[in-house]
Design a protein around this ligand. Structure first.
Ligand code: NAD
Ligand code: ZN
Length: 445
């Protein structure tokens, strides 16, 4: 059995602020959900205030209200509270990612008695024989709309007093259940069932949920699983759009690392046998594991893993608002975001235009890029400059945005992310943004 060992280290607070602001919500009502989350009454009011006033991740909070403490620990996965000048608590740990080749190995893990097993409803439907063998399970029907604090509270309530959890599902459930585990200090094992969750979401300790109307993955914690078990057999029942979407995250890793063989291997796998990623998953995961073991919190090079995600999150947000019944999937948005980010890298950092074009053609050829028509359907909006302006407006709520400036992860060349003056992120000019949008539209065909 192949195993990857992950070592993690996390400071509290995850990053030090550059400015401090008083946080004084006009009214502290205290929602019943605050208590269900094990937080002080008023936590939701503090979160709402901070989002409504565009507080950034680099802004520390000044308040002695008990709810401010809980809210600050969740806001954008944790901001500093009250004049902290250094990160004096550092936690460290290890966990293994085990790769299984047989269903029986998975069954042994998930059917262990004494565990609280959280299962994605689609997985229950597609794998009834396996899932029905699990003694105590909690089936969750979840999507990006219900990836929220209410679902976190429901999972916490359902777990009762059990502190050994197993989560079987895609990235949406994994992020949500892991946040619930963080709030109850439960030990959680991930059993990812989508390619995206295997290649990306199960590694790195980012947990969290959306906080409407303020955007995606805006509240959460850094919290690590005690184990991850990967079995690519789950992919047999996955919709093809989630296979290509998951592949996009793997492609992103290879663009950052500059691994030409693996980059091509991912596309080859999509062409040959879309469901047989077992051979290359360990290499894909290792790239992310290496990055997050150096920088768990995005204060440094982990930020590069957001390549393509600034536009992707805006696309998801617009699609979820305009078309909640049939929104774009995260991986689909990442595919588009990557093509955009590469063209932006051309206009801002001199990445070769030929490489951008080859990349876009490859993404198109292997089904990793939506057509203009499909994107318009998901967004319920024509792909014109007004829609682009709206998307840019949404990017200002991105976790990487600061005081209304939007920062982009870019590539100087294949395997060489932009890095200057200690920062992996860069602002972009309006003309570069507009040119990249035009290039993207040409690529979507
Ligand atoms: N924490 C992280 O570091 C990180 C990294 C990348 C992405 N993410 C998050 O992951 C989420 C996307 O994850 P996703 O693409 O797995 O989406 P998802 O969890 O919504 O899964 C996609 C769909 O497939 C279904 N499904 C799951 N497993 C299945 C199976 N084996 N067979 C059939 N259907 C199955 C799900 O019910 C869902 O309908 C996003 O919310 C994103 O923000 C997190
Ligand atoms: Zn992603």
């Amino acid at each position: 059995m192949k195993t990857i060992s992950i070592h993690w280290k996390i400071a509290d607070p995850p990053s030090l602020p550059v400015i401090w602001k008083e946080i004084v919500p006009p009214k502290i009502t205290g929602a019943p959900r605050d208590l269900a989350l094990g937080c002080a009454a008023g936590t939701n009011d503090f979160l709402n205030y901070a989002f409504a006033n565009s507080f950034s991740r680099s802004c520390g909070w000044l308040s002695h209200h008990p709810a401010a403490k809980d809210a600050a620990s969740l806001f954008k996965r944790g901001v500093a509270l009250n004049e902290i000048s250094k990160q004096d608590t550092v936690q460290t740990g290890n966990y293994n990612i085990d790769f299984f080749s047989a269903q029986a190995q998975i069954e042994k893990v998930v059917c262990e008695t004494g565990s609280f097993v959280i299962v994605d409803n689609s997985v229950h439907i597609k794998w009834p024989d396996l899932i029905n063998k699990i003694p105590k399970k909690y089936i969750v029907e979840i999507d990006e709309i219900t990836k929220n604090l209410d679902t976190v509270a429901d999972i916490m309530f359902a777990s009762g007093t059990l502190k050994k959890w197993i989560c079987i599902g895609g990235g949406v459930l994994t992020d949500t259940a892991a946040m619930a585990a963080a709030l109850t200090s439960a030990q959680i094992t991930f059993v990812p069932t989508t390619l995206l969750a295997m290649a990306d979401a199960c590694v790195g300790g980012k947990t969290g949920v959306n906080f409407a109307p303020f955007g995606k993955n805006q509240v959460g914690r850094f919290y690590f699983p005690c184990r991850v078990v990967i079995w690519d057999g789950w992919l047999q029942t996955l919709d093809p759009r989630h296979i290509t979407g998951g592949a996009c995250e793997g492609i992103k890793h290879t663009l950052l690392k500059g691994d030409k063989n693996l980059y091509q291997e991912i596309f080859n796998t999509l062409q040959d046998d879309k469901k047989s990623f077992a051979g290359i998953l360990p290499q894909i995961i290792q790239i992310k594991a290496d990055v997050v073991s150096q920088d768990a919190t995005e204060s440094g090079m982990r930020a590069t893993l957001n390549l393509g995600h600034t536009l992707a999150h805006a696309l998801e947000s617009m699609s979820q608002t305009n078309n909640p019944q049939n929104p774009i999937a995260h991986g689909e948005a990442v595919g588009i975001g990557l093509v955009f980010a590469l063209y932006l890298s051309h206009y801002e950092c001199g990445l070769s235009k030929e490489f951008c074009k080859q990349f876009a053609d490859k993404m198109h050829k292997y089904g990793c890029l939506l057509s203009q028509k499909s994107l318009e359907t998901f967004l319920k909006s024509p792909l014109n400059s007004s829609t682009f302006d709206q998307l840019l407006e949404i990017t200002k709520t991105d976790k990487k945005a600061d005081q209304n400036s939007v920062y982009w992860v870019l590539l100087n060349s294949f395997g060489n992310p932009y890095f200057e003056k200690g920062d992996y992120k860069k602002t972009a000019s309006s003309s570069s943004l507009a040119n990249s949008w035009d290039s993207l539209l040409a690529a979507l065909k």
